[in-house]
Design a protein around this ligand. Structure first.
Ligand code: GTP
Ligand code: MG
Length: 470
């Protein structure tokens, strides 16, 4: 689409509700002045979350333009609203327009052309990727972020090349080679991530063989995943933390975690005993709403850790208002896609809501789940009953432990073996893997009750049964 088409296509259809404000927030020396824009088909746009994200990324929001109407193909906003945005950005000397939603490459360029020269157009996915960039703290996180950004950039680069080419034909070969270069970098990042994912899969298999149950925490950003992961680990074995990324696991109490989005960008695994089971608890990345599916899928280590877990804890912030809770739940479930194990929803921060608030959160949760189509969100079938938890007040943790124990695949067996060196060796193997529930010495024999991971129990049973009398 040419520049002229872009400016004449938009039609200013009247909106049902809209608004503009220039409520300046405190500007710090390093923050970039920005205007927020949001459009919604249904309810009036709520700019609370995008403002928080913008602030976290270092922008000072100095005004906003909102509109309630259907999407305009040129600017997403209607033409008249887009011009209002342009005037506000110019009056406020904004350096960026932060758009609460995903803009197509064409819409991004059309808005950019309309705005004062030099004003950056940052849609929600780009803003999230900027925030992720600040948080990436490991090789896997860097690689995943690089892939997500390249996948985001490619269609925008194609659009830029097409626009340049329509105006200056001689730029075409140079543009094509830039597109090719990005495609090659995407392929190389995909290969590197395949290798990382293969390593992780091998490590998961080894951990299962060693008798560990794999528990993963999933959920929206800032839901309380890391806090709960720390609490579960602290309960048992604070010294024996390990990191899947090879970096040291952090110390501090479970609540010593900052209240800001995208705190965690690497998966971290800690040892814990949950419901009497030896588990490895993996904390993962929380994805926000509005990140394109392709970008989410770049974060393989998170998606794989959740998918492969024997039990995933889906952390849902009970202190959110019901509409936010539903929106975030839908976003988290669509990011997870599918799991091999079961999923226990955890209604976190229960201390922040009273009994009525908790009942409202449960109702919102159940309503959102009932609305989901299992064909589109197969993970719905794996969902168990939600458990309210407060790490701050230490409530609900025992119920959660019971629910995890109940959800984990379990086998039991009773074996009688002749008491001797071979039985003791088999018993010690079974102790190492945490599957010995009880041992009774009856003179010449030993009776062992086993309970735990089915494959480990079966192997322990075989070793004990094969122990020769000595
Ligand atoms: N009141 C209250 N606050 C909590 C509780 N659990 C977590 N929080 C707070 O919620 C905020 C977010 O917690 P995190 O554990 O970092 O959340 P997260 O899901 O790991 O966030 P990301 O890593 O950004 O995805 C922090 O300020 C925590 O202190 C709780 O039980 N009660
Ligand atoms: Mg976290």
């Amino acid at each position: 689409m040419s520049r002229d088409d872009a400016t004449t296509n938009g039609r200013d259809e009247s909106s049902e509700t809209d608004g503009q404000s220039a409520d300046a927030e405190p500007t710090t020396a390093s923050s970039t002045p920005a205007v927020v824009a949001a459009r919604s088909d249904g309810d009036p746009p709520d700019t609370g979350e995008i403002r928080d994200l913008a602030a976290a990324a270092g922008y000072a929001v100095i005004g906003e333009v909102t509109q309630r109407r259907r999407e305009d193909p040129t600017y997403d906003l209607g033409r008249g609203k887009a011009e209002e945005l342009m005037r506000l950005a110019a009056d406020a000397d904004a350096e960026a327009v932060i758009y609460d939603g995903g803009l197509s490459p064409g819409q991004t360029f059309s808005l950019g052309d309309l705005l004062p020269p030099g004003t950056a157009v940052i849609d929600r996915p780009r803003l999230v990727l900027e925030l992720f960039a600040d948080a990436a703290d490991s090789r896997a996180a860097d690689r995943q972020l690089e892939l997500a950004r390249l996948r985001y950039e490619l269609p925008r680069l194609r659009e830029a090349v097409a626009r340049d080419a329509s105006e200056h034909v001689r730029l075409q070969p140079e543009g094509d080679s830039r597109v090719l270069d990005v495609q090659k970098r995407i392929e190389s990042a995909e290969r590197a991530l395949d290798e990382i994912a293969d390593d992780r899969a091998v490590r998961r298999a080894e951990r299962r063989d060693a008798g560990f149950d794999l528990v993963a925490l999933a959920g929206y950003t800032n839901a309380g995943k890391s806090t709960l992961a720390r609490r579960l680990a602290d309960e048992v074995d604070a010294d024996r933390t390990e990191s899947a990324e090879g970096d040291p696991a952090d110390g501090g109490g479970p609540l010593a975690v900052a209240d800001r989005p995208f705190e965690t960008l690497s998966t971290t695994t800690r040892r814990a005993t949950v419901g009497g089971r030896r588990a490895l608890v993996t904390d993962t990345v929380g994805f926000p709403d509005g990140l394109p599916h392709e970008a989410v899928r770049s974060f393989r280590t998170t998606i794989d850790a959740i998918r492969a877990a024997d039990c995933a804890l889906l952390v849902v912030d009970a202190s959110d208002d019901p509409s936010d809770l539903r929106r975030k739940l839908r976003a988290s479930l669509s990011a997870i896609e599918a799991t091999d194990g079961s999923v226990i929803p955890v209604l976190s921060k229960a201390d922040e809501v009273g009994a009525d608030g908790l009942a409202a959160a449960i109702e919102a949760y159940e309503g959102a789940v009932a609305d989901l189509d299992p064909r589109e969100a197969p993970v719905v079938d794996a969902l168990r009953s939600p458990i309210p938890v407060s790490v701050r007040d230490e409530t609900g943790l025992a119920d959660l432990a019971d629910a995890v124990a109940d959800a984990l695949p379990t086998a039991t067996a009773t074996v009688e073996a002749p008491n001797g060196g071979a039985a003791q060796a088999a018993l010690s193997w079974a102790y190492d893997r945490g599957v010995v529930a009880e041992v009774d010495y009856g003179g010449a024999t030993v009776v062992v009750e086993l309970a735990g991971r089915p494959d480990v129990v079966a192997e322990a049973e075989r070793r004990l049964a094969d122990a020769p009398s000595s």
